[in-house]
Design a protein around this ligand. Structure first.
Ligand code: SF4
Length: 106
C-alpha cells in the first residue's frame, strides 16, 4: 500500500517556474515510455524505465524536472531521470514494490 503525504499549496511551483517544460525532450516521445501500464513487472518494466532514463539523461531540463518532481512528490512516472522507486528512496516514502527486480540506472 502506498503512503502519500499531502502537498501544501506553498510547496507547489508558480506557473512561470514551469516554463522548463517547453524544452522537455519527452515532449516528442510517447508518454507510455514514462508511465507504466497497470501491473507492468519484471524485465519489461525495467527495460521501459531504462529507456526513459536514457532520454532524460540527454534532456536539457533534467534538473528543474527533477526538482519539480521531488517538490510536488510526484507519485507516478519517470521524472528528471528518476523512477517512482528512486523518488521513494530520496523522499523516504514507503511503497509496495510491483516486483523485486532492481532497476538499472541511466
Ligand atoms: S528530464 Fe526526462 S521527464 Fe523530465 S522533462 Fe526531460 S525527458 Fe521529460
Amino acid at each position: 500500500m502506498r503512503a502519500y503525504r499531502t502537498v501544501r499549496q506553498s510547496d507547489l511551483p508558480e506557473p512561470e517556474e514551469l516554463n522548463w517544460r517547453l524544452a522537455a525532450t519527452c515532449r516528442i516521445v510517447s508518454p507510455a515510455l514514462f508511465f507504466h501500464p497497470t501491473n507492468e513487472r519484471g524485465p519489461k518494466r525495467q527495460k521501459r524505465i531504462h529507456e526513459a532514463k536514457k532520454i532524460c539523461s540527454q534532456c536539457p531540463v533534467q534538473r528543474p524536472c527533477r526538482d519539480y518532481a521531488l517538490a510536488v512528490r510526484e507519485p507516478f512516472g519517470i521524472w528528471g531521470g528518476m523512477s517512482e522507486e528512486d523518488r521513494d528512496r530520496i523522499l523516504g516514502r514507503g511503497r509496495g514494490r510491483a516486483d523485486n527486480t532492481t532497476e538499472r540506472s541511466a
